[in-house]
Structures are given as C-alpha cells and as structure tokens.
Design a protein around this ligand. Sequence first.
Ligand code: ADP
Length: 666
Amino acid sequence: MINKLLIANRGEIACRVIRTARKLGISTVAVYSSADANALHVSMADEAVHIGPAPSKESYLKGEVILKHAKALNVDAIHPGYGFLSENAKFARACDEAGIIFIGPPEQAIAAMGSKSAAKNIMQDAGVPLVPGYHGDEQSSETLKHHANDMGYPVLLKAAAGGGGKGMRQVWSEDEFDDALNAAKREAMASFSDDIMLIEKYLTQPRHVEIQVFCDTQGNGVYLFERDCSVQRRHQKIIEEAPAPGISDDLRQNMGEAALKAAHAINYVGAGTVEFLLDADGRFYFMEMNTRLQVEHPVTEKITGEDLVEWQITVADGQPLPKGQADLKLTGHAFEARLYAEDPQHDFLPATGNLKLLRPPAESEHIRVDTGVVQGDEVSVYYDPMIAKLIVWDTNREKALQRLLSALRDYHVAGVTTNLSFLYNVASHPAFRKAELVTTFIETHHDSLFNQPGQNDDSLVPAAALLILLTQEKRDPSENIRSTPWDIPLAWRANHQLRQKLELVINQQTYELTVTHTGSTEKPNQWQVEHQDKVYNLTGHLEAHTLHAHVDGYQQRIGFSQDAAHYTLFSADGTIDVHYVAPDLGETDDAGAHSDFAAPMNGTVVDTMVSTGEKVKKGTTLIVMEAMKMEHAIKAPADGVVTEFFFAGGDLVDGGAQLLEFKIDE
Ligand code: ADP
C-alpha cells in the first residue's frame, strides 16, 4: 500500500502528480534544488527536501541523494515524472533494492527501450513494423555514410540514446553527411554522454501518431487510444491532440494492437507510449517506446475520463488495471498546447526572465491548465522553459479548437518572451483547422505562421497605436524618473505639440505613424492617426488589462499586457507583439537585435567552422554555439569572408555579444 509518495521531479509534472496523490489520500514529499526553494511544487507538497544546487546534474539527477532522503522519510514509492530519472534503469533498480516502489516499468523494460537501436532490434523480432534504416553496432563514419548512401537521401541521423529531438540531423545529400554527423554526435555527447548513431530513411510527409498503453503486473494490457503529435518544432511537440483526426477504427485497432505487442515483447508494466510514424497511405512504423508518462498525457485523460497518474499508482501497488479494453470509451476531442518561454522569431531559442504577469484562462470542464509556476517566478536557464500546458476538451474537434483559440486569447503573459502568439497562429491556421497534420507542418506553412506583414493592419495597427497613446498618457507627469529610455512622455504633453511621429514595431515590421491629438480638456483621449494613405480616428480607455478601442466607430475589447516598451495585444484577430520605439532615441530593443552575428543567447562557442580570410558561400556555417544543450549554427548571410572571430571554441559568450566580423563579397 502506498501511503507516502516522493516526487523526483519539479515544475508542472510534480504539481500534477501531487494533485492525484492528494485525491487518493497519499501524503507527498517534494524535492527541490536551490533554484526551486519557493517553487509551486514545493509549496503544494506535505514535505519537501533540498537536494542540491540549481544545475539538474547536481540535484534532480542525483538519484542516490534522492533515494537517501526517501529512505529517511519512510517513503513507500517514488514517482519520477518525465525527464530526469524517469527512464534511468539504474535508478529504478536502486529503488527496488532499497525496498521503495519505483512508479514506472521494471528496470529491464527501461533498459530495453533505452537505446533506440536496441529497441529496434527487439521490435523487429516481435514483428512490429520499423522505419527502414541502419541500427547496427559498427559506428565508423565510413560505415554510417555507406549505409546512408545505400538507403538513399534524405536520411535522418539519430542519437541511439536520444530524446527531446537532440542529437538528430536531417541529411539531404552525401555532401552534407560529414558535417551533420559531427554535429549530431557532438550534441548527443553533450546531452547523453553517448554518441552512438542510427540512421533512418527520412520520411518526408509523415504524421507522428502515438499510442498510450498500460500494463499491470498480472499480464493484462490495454491501449488508451492515440494522440497525434505531428505539429513540432525542432522535432519537439508543440500542439498535441487526441484522437488523431481521420484515423479509422480499424487503423486505431491495428496500431493499438501493434503497440501492445511492443509492450508485451519487453514484459512491460505501467504507463508507456509507443510512437509511430504514419504515412499518407495508412502504413505505420515503430519509432520508439517511451517508458514513462508523457508530457501530453492529459489529452488522453480528457478523451477517456481516466486519471493516468492514478492508474500508475494502482499498477505500482500491484493491483490489476482499473479497466479492460472493452470498458474504455473515447469521447470528444482534446488539444494540448505547450506554452514555452522561447522566441519563435529566433529559431525558438529558449528565453529566460521573470514572469511579471501570468494570467491563465479560467479552468472549467473544458479548460485545464497544468503549470508549475506562478506570477513573479523566474524562468531560469537551468530547466526546460515550459511555462504551462493548456488543455482543452469538447465534444468534437471543431468545438475543441474553438475553445483552444479562445483560451489562448485569454492567456496573458508578460516579462518573458513566449510562443503564445505562435501557438495562436498555428491553431488558427486554415491547414490546422482542416487537420492537415504532418511533422513538417511548421516548415510547410512557415511564411504564414511567422510573417504576417500587412495582416489586419486596419484593425490592429490603430489599436496598437491607441494602446501606446493611452498607456503613455496614463503616466503620472510628476513621475520624472527616466529609469528606462522609453519613459518619455509624448511630446504634446511635454511641449503641447499637436502633431508628432509615432514609431511602432509590430510583429517585426516597422510602422511609422503620424499622430494628431484631437482631444479636448474634457475628452483628452482622442487622436487621429495616419499611416501611409489611411487615416483613423481613435478614442478609447484602459481598464485593468483590457483596452477598449474605438477605431472609426468600430469598438473592440482587447486584452493586453505590457512590459516596459513591449506590449502584447490579444484580440479576436490574433495576438500581436508591439514594440514602442521612443522618439529620438531610436530602437531600444535588446542589444544586438540588429546585428547578424550576435550570440542569440548566453552560451558556449562549440567551434569556429571556417578560417578567417577563407572565402565562404552563402549559408555556410561560420560558428556553432551551444546553449541549453542545443546547438545553434550561425551562417553566412551571403558569399564573403570572416575577417575576425571574437571568440574561439570553449569560450563562454553573453547573449547579444558580437561573435565575428563578416565582409560580404562586393
Ligand atoms: P526524440 O526521442 O529525440 O524525441 P524521436 O525518434 O521520437 O526523437 O523523433 C522525434 C520526431 O522526429 C518525430 O516525432 C518525427 O517528427 C521526426 N522523425 C523521427 N524519425 C523520423 C523519420 N524517419 N522520418 C521523418 N521524421 C522522423
């Protein structure tokens, strides 16, 4: 009987597990690093122990330290969440040896699936269909290249120990092979201390469809249907949904049974996910099995009405599965959107900072928010930059999508760059609405997802201008503190000038507007704004986080958040980011934003890839940086030469610092 549970994790998943434990009357122990002393998961647990400094290697990955505390506190079981120790066979064994239940599969099952190559061998023997490829032991570059040449390009290099899209590279031709292999191996080494590679034929338009399986110690197994996780960036999921649209009952059953075959082949126990690639002809191929609870498990919970953490605890307790296959019903449709602190405009680089404003939409039977942070928390460099998971459910996909869009509009975050507007752009995209889901979704629709020049100019540009005018007006004139350069009152208040320029950067595009103050003492908030050949008459007011905008008689309520000169507007037409460029002082954005060769964030230089003075072609990688275990290549914008590198391999670099000087060929 599990009476006391330790959660060897942090953030949203720790909070998620604590919620179920509490529902079941199980007392909880949280663990925390020095960076998390005041974190939400710590305050939610009945007890909490400090396990080390901020870096995960010295805290959340310290199995022996966690186990020592678990023993001292008489813990019955440990839930590892996902990531960290969740797929660590040694840790599972150590728990076992200490007489503590590890809530996950047996050590052998974890080990069997721990290497993608070994897993493929097992699945091949069990008759589960595989993506064609090479997953052998012979690892010399020549052998790997030989196999890639044989199977024909494109191919995908994958780290056998990989996860989270790390150590993975697409290769489109033999010329690119060596560079890609080196980069994938380096990334794999840095992330997993193991650079064994496998090669797969790269399928060009597949869907990622995965099956949730569950097995108990009595040998029973069920599948809880599928999730479609095709919408990905950098091979990492962003929006998942269940069920997968357009899957026939037959295909669902075939995939479900294949997944169970995979689970039984390794005597699986507990929650597991079998990932498949599904091609346009309905053929599916085993990719890998994740031997833990997945980030996206809530969509399965919403369509089945089951609590998967409760199932995990039941099974870990040695009891049979709560339901058999015939008792499981699929109802309605669910989406999960992952809200990350990251910058979609800069290759989804992780962002850090203080969550000055964090207002999620209200939860209901349709809306669920799984998070591990509260307003005022820091998103630090140490951990995954996920802020929350927004989960919605309704009786069909169309309605659920409507809920997702409105919940995204109601999700307000400021202080940290997030992917909120990007999520909105994806979810509102016509191809997404039509469920045209493929893993290349984001690349395929790149232009419409990222650049929206001119989109909604007529309603959003004036609304953005109005917001700036109103927030600037609201400033107390006695507040003469110029702590930031944009704290400059608009000129008509300073010197009663009635007409002036207003420069805004909206979704990366610069707008130069001319503003005339048309208000009076009684009705001060009225302006006429000119943009190119258009003239708008604006009035309105602010109320908490809402802008009441009247543009030429058209009224709109728009949610907004402000962080210094950065504004985000959440309107029915979408989310827009607005940057107010203070008069006379020019652009005051982050250092280096204009510079092509600035370090995208704090990190380390992996290596310089060309020599100074060497002629290089446009697109050649000049320098490679690593931040948060991901590599970022800085490429030549045109043919030319690097005249100087300011950093060398191994150097630490601050975000924004100039990395090199480049001379473009005349
Ligand atoms: P990780 O364990 O790092 O997440 P996976 O093996 O699960 O890596 O692959 C992650 C994603 O990469 C998949 O969801 C899919 O979008 C893409 N992918 C993987 N293998 C292939 C392949 N052979 N062809 C095309 N895309 C693939």
